[in-house]
Design a protein around this ligand. Structure first.
Ligand code: FE2
Length: 148
């Protein structure tokens, strides 16, 4: 089981628990598009590795270790999706790609992207160059070209 697989499962389980209060095998299966028997097998391995506690009739709960890793994946996801949307990538693709990038990104790059997203979203003045970039991405021309 790769660390990517562990992260993918924990992310889905964490989101389901946040959303519904519990995570069932069928829901994990439909989110990850993986057959229920494979999901059950994986859940047992995550239990053995201390990421969650699985009780057949009571469902599953994340351990502290599992929840911390799940939260860190979700945080990476949020920042990456926000970054891609700032670049003008449409929501559906930004969400899909965030899930692909979140498992492989260096923490140094992640920290810098986090600062970038905070800057772009919280800057007291809308950054003019960002507006110029969106214009450029759409038209292939620099804003001042049109004005001249
Ligand atoms: Fe994700």
């Amino acid at each position: 089981m790769t660390s990517r697989t562990v992260e993918e499962y924990l992310e889905v389980i964490y989101e389901l628990i946040q959303e519904k209060g519990y995570a069932r095998t069928v829901d994990i299966s439909s989110h990850l598009k993986i057959q229920p028997p494979s999901v059950t097998e994986m859940i047992q391995r995550l239990d053995e590795d201390g990421f969650l506690i699985y009780e057949r009739y009571r469902g599953l709960t994340l351990t502290k270790k599992g929840e911390e890793l799940a939260k860190s994946v979700c945080d990476r996801h949020k920042i990456l999706a926000a970054f891609l949307k700032i670049l003008g990538v449409e929501e559906r693709i930004a969400e899909e790609d965030a899930c692909k990038i979140e498992h492989n990104i260096n923490s140094v790059t992640m920290d810098r992207l986090t600062r970038f997203v905070e800057f772009a979203q919280d800057s007291p003045h809308d950054p003019a160059w960002l507006e110029h970039f969106i214009h450029y991405a759409r038209t292939g021309t620099f804003k001042c070209d049109d004005e001249g």
